[in-house]
Design a protein around this ligand. Structure first.
Ligand code: CP
Length: 343
């Protein structure tokens, strides 16, 4: 395996094709461990991993924690409601406390954009030898989700060779609340890297036209895009039209908790236009895969009929693959040479 160039994993904007492939191949190697009777590997024995979820999570938190256990790491799991946050301690001081206990990796989720970036920067300045893994910050970035979606689609289209280049020129339709979605933003980086074209579909309040320039206008500070020829981003207002040419669909949750103003006339009218139903799916002539990062608002953005009985609904695969991808990320960060440049 080539050396891993990232001390922290905060965004996918700085991932090269090689970086994506390393994660996919390693996740796939961990698949056989997950299928074995004894599922634990000794790789991270003696390693301390801390999960700092300042915002609720079911999938990401538990799959990172399961991934750490599968690799035999020691694990500290933080609960914000019973922590000293209630006494006024800051997120940064909380992170520094876990560093001082000897943590090697902090997995951080926070409702504010860039909090994991700020914590990583501060810990680097403080001389802490620790990696930060962003488990979702506000609506900015959710790298492990972008990677597990890339893995899931690659596995669907290229089950034997597992070659993400299979996505070249495929049309991937992402439907719904793009504005508040860190998942969509991470998927834009991961899927366009291999030449997939992305159609972002939703009402103007949730899918502003500016998203067509996302890849050039949202590169983080001091990052040069390592990918030469990315796929395109196209905006669509019509699900009925855009689904006809789709090769895969990712539906997204309406993130009401992040909506500062009322962006929809009603949930019913949104659902009439943008809920993925079997009737709308039948407008596509192919049996395409359907993904959703979860949690679901059933019958708001995706019908229960599709979730429960459509053969190519890959939501459960996404959850299973999430454990493998997160094992790969923890393993790679455990091997980081601590003389690294930041990010
Ligand atoms: N997809 C995702 O991030 O789900 P959780 O909020 O349950 O972690």
């Amino acid at each position: 395996m080539n050396s891993w160039p990232h001390k922290h994993i905060l965004t996918l904007a700085n991932f090269s094709k090689e970086d994506f492939k390393i994660v996919i191949d390693l996740a796939n190697r961990f698949k056989s461990v997950n299928n074995a009777h004894i599922k634990n590997l000794p790789s991270l024995r003696g390693f301390l991993i801390t999960s700092l979820f300042f915002e609720p999570s079911t999938r990401t938190k538990n799959s990172f924690e399961l991934a750490a256990k599968r690799l035999s790491a020691d694990l500290l799991s933080f609960n914000p409601s019973s922590s000293s946050l209630s006494k006024g301690e800051t997120c940064l001081d909380t992170a520094r406390t876990y560093c001082s206990m000897g943590s090697n990796i902090l997995i951080i989720r926070h409702s504010s954009n860039h909090t994991p970036f700020e914590i990583a920067k501060n810990l680097d300045y403080g001389g802490f030898k620790i990696s930060v893994l962003n488990a979702g910050d506000g609506f900015n970035s959710h790298p492990s989700q972008g990677l597990l979606d890339l893995y899931t689609l690659t596995k669907f289209f290229s089950p034997i060779k597992l070659d993400p280049n299979i996505l070249f020129n495929k049309t991937i339709l992402i439907i719904g609340d793009i504005l508040h979605s860190r998942v969509a933003r991470s998927n834009l980086w991961s899927l366009t890297a291999f030449g997939a074209n992305i159609v972002l579909c939703g009402p103007e309040t949730l899918v502003p036209e500016e998203f067509s320039n996302f890849l050039t206008s949202n590169l983080p500070h001091e990052v040069t895009d390592p990918i030469k020829n990315r796929g395109k981003i196209i905006i669509s207002r019509s699900l009925e039209q855009s689904i006809k040419n789709a090769d895969a669909v990712i539906t997204l949750r309406l993130q009401k908790e992040r909506m500062k103003t009322n962006l929809l006339t009603s949930i019913q009218s949104y659902s009439d236009d943008y809920c993925l139903t079997k009737q709308k799916l039948d407008l596509c002539s192919k049996e395409i895969p359907i993904l959703h990062p979860g949690p679901l608002n059933r019958d708001v953005e995706i019908s229960s009929q599709i979730v429960d009985s459509y053969t190519n609904c890959l939501i459960n695969d996404q959850v299973s693959n999430g454990v493998l991808v997160r094992m790969a990320l923890l393993y790679l960060l455990s091997k980081v040479n601590l003389e690294f440049k930041v990010i």
